[in-house]
Design a protein around this ligand. Sequence first.
Ligand SMILES: C[S@@+](CC[C@H](N)C(=O)[O-])C[C@H]1O[C@@H](n2cnc3c(N)ncnc32)[C@H](O)[C@@H]1O
Length: 333
Amino acid sequence: MAWRAPACRCFETMLTKCCGFKEGCKQTRLLKPDNLTSLHPSGVRNIWLSFARRYTSTHTTVDPDELKKFQAWSLRWWDEEGVYSALHSLNDLRVPFIRDTLISKNGNHELGSPLLGVKLLDVGCGGGVLSEPLGRLGAAVTGIDPLENNIRTADLHKSFDPDLDSRIQYTACSLEDMEDDAAEIYDAVVASEVVEHVGDLESFIKCCHNVLKPGGSIFITTISKTPLSYALGIVVAEKILGIVPDGTHDWEKFVTPEELERVLESNGFAVETVNGMLYNPLSTSWSWIDSTSINYALHAVKTAPPEETFSTEQPPEEEQSTPKVDAHLGTTP
Ligand SMILES: C[S@@+](CC[C@H](N)C(=O)[O-])C[C@H]1O[C@@H](n2cnc3c(N)ncnc32)[C@H](O)[C@@H]1O
């Protein structure tokens, strides 16, 4: 097995950033010259490669400013009337959406445990509000979140249910931390209410592609980027009604279904379903709607390897003159 540098575990809120030479940082200790001399030369090279790749890349999926928001509420995931109440009630839509889509793809299923045999990655699982019901449906769930405190809460909560304890594994890490070990091992990836918080959407989608088996499903729920989503999602939900704390969302990071489809399709996915969702603050419940201009749920399937976006090679002469076909916008010159 390839030697891997351990991730820094001492930064106070997240695993994906090095603490910057704080006492006790594994990554830093390993990088000190006296420790380097006792390591195998290939191990030393790998430390530097991993370090350079992770911390000099502008394509990280994690945005530290976004994580700071969630750090403050890491003990509140299971307060059904607290800051995450809308996520609890969102389960009424998203759990059947994921369950029924996977059942229709997989055919045979066991009554009571329809997701038995499905290996599912819940990215940005928070305190496990979605991972748990998916585990109860029989799926073998891996929940990951860059915030260690979220994972502690999720681990503690599932430990109260012995059945879930064996079905769900939580790890504090980001997608890019797990990629090498997890290539093409999942039947489904779920990223619910996460893409509006990531650092680089394209990198995030590429990582999801890497961990999925060919033909595997990705489920995303998120908020669209429209004037209406600003009015309802930020002004009404955060500033007037306080459904979620003020500052939870940054409208600039929202993504329209068209843009998300474009990113997915240029990275080896075929989008199969996009459904609009609406939250009613009076009944504290969600319903499906036709419009995707506020919240929406999307399902796509992994079809092909992602396009090589950083190639410096020029295509052969005849290819250069071929018009480029965009799945959504038609033929462009
Ligand atoms: C709104 S919460 C959603 C939690 C959970 N998916 C749910 O719906 O119950 C967003 C979560 O995404 C996590 N997160 C933020 N950036 C992330 C990233 N780049 N990769 C994975 N998770 C991330 C946060 O720590 C937080 O737990």
